[in-house]
Design a protein around this ligand. Structure first.
Ligand SMILES: Nc1ncnc2c1ncn2[C@@H]1O[C@H](COP(=O)(O)OP(=O)(O)O)[C@@H](O)[C@H]1O
Ligand SMILES: [Mg+2]
Length: 129
């Protein structure tokens, strides 16, 4: 996938998501699927695990700093950092689905900030004639 982004920061995003997935599932059973697709203007990446799902009590505040659940040494910073980095790239991250059989995080971000309009939204892609 080609685009303009801070490779180290995007690597950090995937590291944090994969670490959480690994921490949510017993090592012998962990299954993580990463799906990526791109259009002319943007990337869409899904990270899916087969863990027990996001605890109900934190579903609304998951991306806030210091929100952690079920981990003795959790800092609650992992997803706050993911959210910040993706926002800095003009994109957005959300939990697409979560249940007792697994969780999917969906990331969307533009190939390049040059493609954004003044409001920071993905600008419409011009159609070729
Ligand atoms: N893939 C996941 N499956 C289940 N719960 C998750 C997953 N990712 C994150 N969580 C929940 O969200 C909380 C916040 O994650 P994060 O911000 O990375 O902080 P930390 O990992 O330090 O607790 C975790 O403590 C965990 O309860
Ligand atoms: Mg974490």
């Amino acid at each position: 996938m080609e685009g303009m982004f801070d490779a180290r920061k995007i690597e950090r995003v995937f590291f944090n998501l994969l670490l959480n997935a690994c921490e949510a599932v017993a090592p012998a059973h962990v299954r993580i699927v990463i799906e990526a697709c791109s259009s002319l203007a943007s990337f869409e990446v899904r990270v899916t695990d087969n863990g027990p799902g996001i605890p109900e009590s934190i579903r609304e505040s998951l991306f806030d700093p210091f929100v952690s659940s079920g981990k003795p040494n959790g800092t609650g910073m992992g997803l706050a950092i993911v959210n910040r980095i993706i926002q800095d790239h003009g994109g957005a991250v959300c939990v697409e689905k979560t249940s007792a059989s697994g969780t999917t995080f969906l990331l969307k971000f533009p190939r390049s900030l040059a493609g954004l309009d003044a409001g920071g939204q993905l600008a419409p892609v011009p159609h070729s004639a």
